[in-house]
Ligand binder design. Structure first.
Ligand code: PMP
Length: 285
């Protein structure tokens, strides 16, 4: 079935789903977005994604011409129209078409776009055996330049780091912040386990506050695993007992090597496995 794409209240077949080349989302990366999962016909943590979307929009002075409830309804109806039991939703709000010039006041009509398609995850063997990451030399955006808490349409920062990772043979790259601390990976948050404590960088390390990250923290607390949101360095990564990444597309994926150093035993650890299983259960509940 051809995917049906929602644009401003109407559904279009994928080949007909188009926006203007004058759209500032296209010209300048001026807009915000969300990536959301559908598990067994149910949208995972939709309210949290909608909240993050509106927060991102608020930060960039983008007024979404629709209430949160209407947005929620639009997402659910687009999923239904695509008859997808399991898939990925890309919700995009771009600034809209305007003159050639940065000023958003010269634009009109923010475009509300909802794409529902198949989900691409990491190769299955990596969930079983763990993945390798490398540290990128490109640091994560300084929060005073473009706050990583905004999920903006401008992902060049992460793309540069992703390319560095790919050139070094890794599917994901670790990004440090302007202080040299661990921030996150290019499209995933990072967790470490050390002596039974689950550790992850805090929001003020300059990260996207992942919805999956939040769910995993809740699951860990419910399982009596102590959680610390704290500044971490590469030393902490190299000397961790376990490491894993979280993300909407990635779910929970073990990391077994960073910058050529094996992490812990060099195999996915027990707390990682436990949290992965608990997350999969939660997502399909
Ligand atoms: N960090 C970045 C930079 C991301 O783009 C994403 C989303 N792909 C994440 C973390 C994970 O966030 P979430 O769990 O909400 O998908």
């Amino acid at each position: 079935m051809t995917p049906k794409v929602y644009i401003n209240g109407k559904l279009f077949d994928k080949p007909d789903a188009k926006v203007s080349v004058y759209d500032h989302g296209f010209l300048y990366g001026d807009g915000v977005f969300e990536g959301i999962r559908v598990y067994d016909g149910k949208v995972f943590r939709l309210a949290e994604h909608i909240d993050r979307l509106y927060d991102s929009a608020r930060h960039i002075y983008l007024e979404i011409p629709m209430s949160r409830d209407q947005m929620t309804e639009a997402v659910i109806s687009t999923v239904k129209a695509n008859a997808k039991r399991d898939g990925y939703i890309r919700l995009v709000i771009s600034r809209g078409a305007g003159y050639l010039g940065l000023d958003p006041r010269k634009t009109s009509d923010p475009q509300i776009i909802i794409i529902v398609d198949d989900i691409t995850m990491y190769p299955p063997e990596l969930y079983e055996n763990g993945m390798e990451i490398v540290t990128a030399s490109t640091i994560r955006n300084h929060p005073h330049a473009l706050d990583p808490r905004i999920k903006s349409l401008n992902y060049l920062n992460n793309i540069m780091a992703k390319v560095e990772g790919a050139k070094a043979g890794a599917l994901e790259a670790l990004m440090l912040n302007h202080k040299g601390e661990v921030a996150e990976c290019t499209g995933d948050n990072i967790f470490l386990v050390k002596r039974g404590v689950l550790k992850t960088p805090p929001t003020d390390a300059g990260i996207l506050e992942g919805i999956t990250r939040g769910a995993v923290i809740e699951l860990a607390r419910a399982a009596d695993i102590p959680v610390a949101e704290m500044a971490l360095t590469r030393h902490d990564v190299y000397t961790a007992d376990e490491c894993f990444l979280t993300g909407t597309a990635a779910e929970v994926i073990p990391v077994i090597k960073c910058d050529g150093r094996p992490i812990g035993t060099g195999k996915p650890g027990p707390i990682t496995r436990q949290l992965r299983e608990r997350f999969q259960k939660l997502a399909r509940e």
